[in-house]
Design a protein around this ligand. Sequence first.
Ligand SMILES: [Zn+2]
Length: 95
Amino acid sequence: MKHTKTTEIPAKTIEKVSHYTCDICGAKSDDSGNWSREHYEERTTDVSCSIGANYPSGGYSTVFSYDICCDCFNNKLVPWFESQKIKPRIEENDW
Ligand SMILES: [Zn+2]
């Protein structure tokens, strides 16, 4: 016969991302980092640098990142890249 007893399991509190804010203008994204407010449109950015080492037994890294909205990316960062004569690598994807 299987006997059971009631055991109280305390609720767990976790920290989840609710949104991101642009480090330049303060615009708000959704919880996934999509800066668009239009249905089905996706506007994301990734401005980061990872520095570390990868050994056979393990490794480490430190990631430096900025949360920059697409408007600030296009209106603030792109002009600076262009002033440095840097062209972007452009990839197009369909799914
Ligand atoms: Zn911004």
